[in-house]
Design a protein around this ligand. Sequence first.
Ligand code: GRF
Length: 217
Amino acid sequence: MSQPRVSAVVLISGSGSNLQALLDTAASDLPLEIRAVISNRADAYGLERAAEACVPSRVLDHTRFPDRETFEAALAELIDGFEPELVLLAGFMRILTPEFVARYSGRMVNIHPALLPAYPGLHTHRRCLEAGDTEHGASIHFVTAEVDGGPVFLQVRVAVDEDDDADSLAARVLTQEHRLYPAAVRLLCEGRVRLHDGRVLLDGQPLAQPLQLEPAN
Ligand code: GRF
């Protein structure tokens, strides 16, 4: 691979299957160097995935801090110690303050299991079914102070089946997330997508609508 690698730290809280997708793609053809995995939970399975891939990991337990600000100060110090270009949130279940978000503006992205702006927050699959939607999916967005509200640049769509329940729908969306996050990170690594004045530019031009990942074969 001739392209220089873009460095990143991945933040997780749980299973880390999206982390795994990034690790796997970085090991094959994504110009990404994952310098560290940071979890706010010591029991996150994603920490084992990091170890398996020989990527350093750290645990920063938010319950050991008196408030969000002191936790985030320690988190920022930990992240910055790895000098990453990108901060990738992959199932990181903490709400972030505007100050923390501003520190990584344009460099921090998140994956969310819904077609944003629909269904920010939790229980997206159940809410989608309750609304009777025929389509669901996942989105990658730059992180801003608004929870799940930053500019979206890539989505994948998943058809809702008549007999879906929240678990079956979540599983199909998650499978697509594992294609989505590496594709989004590729756009960032290649410098094709960036945030400018609060808007997404694709190849230097404003992006009117989020890009859509082709359905899997
Ligand atoms: C994913 O559904 C992601 O979209 C959401 O949290 C979940 C994390 O799953 N933000 P995993 O830890 O990557 O398996």
